[in-house]
Design a protein around this ligand. Sequence first.
Ligand code: NI
Length: 180
Amino acid sequence: MILPILNYPDKRLRTKANYVNTIDETIQILIKDMFETMYAKGGIGLAATQVDQHLQVVVIDAPDSQDEYKLLLKNRQKEPQKQRPLCFINPKIKKRYGQEKHTEGCLSVPNFQAEVQRYNHIKVEALNEKGEIFTLQATGLLAICIQHELDHLKGILFVDYLSKLKQKRLLEKTKKMTKN
Ligand code: NI
């Protein structure tokens, strides 16, 4: 089932997600629906927060290169190919280093992209959809995407890293678009 996505500046996007205690059928259905929603909208990652479910669940299927990502942003409406579906439950970043600037977009902030500085190497620990613990070393776009999605679980959006002026402009543009 494709779930409705909350759009910036919806206050519910600011909710801190709760720890998942048991991975039951409800969680598994949520994960399935989140993947379906992410692929349908042409996204490379989705946090449960964005579908108004305030649990520490993230799904990701990120291409390897920034070029592939730019192409994907251009063709948002086209359904991307499933490459490497990853699910993170109760994720935690254990190590991070290196800095990199990347252009980011977000399904909750339609028609907007901006450069954000992130770590380019991370080590993340989480549970998978079966409840098994795993660690993943990620670099490049995958690392960026993981950091972006984990931020959602804390109620943080990538636009929060922009200057106050840029945020104000975005808010005005969003208001205008909602009116039309
Ligand atoms: Ni996002």
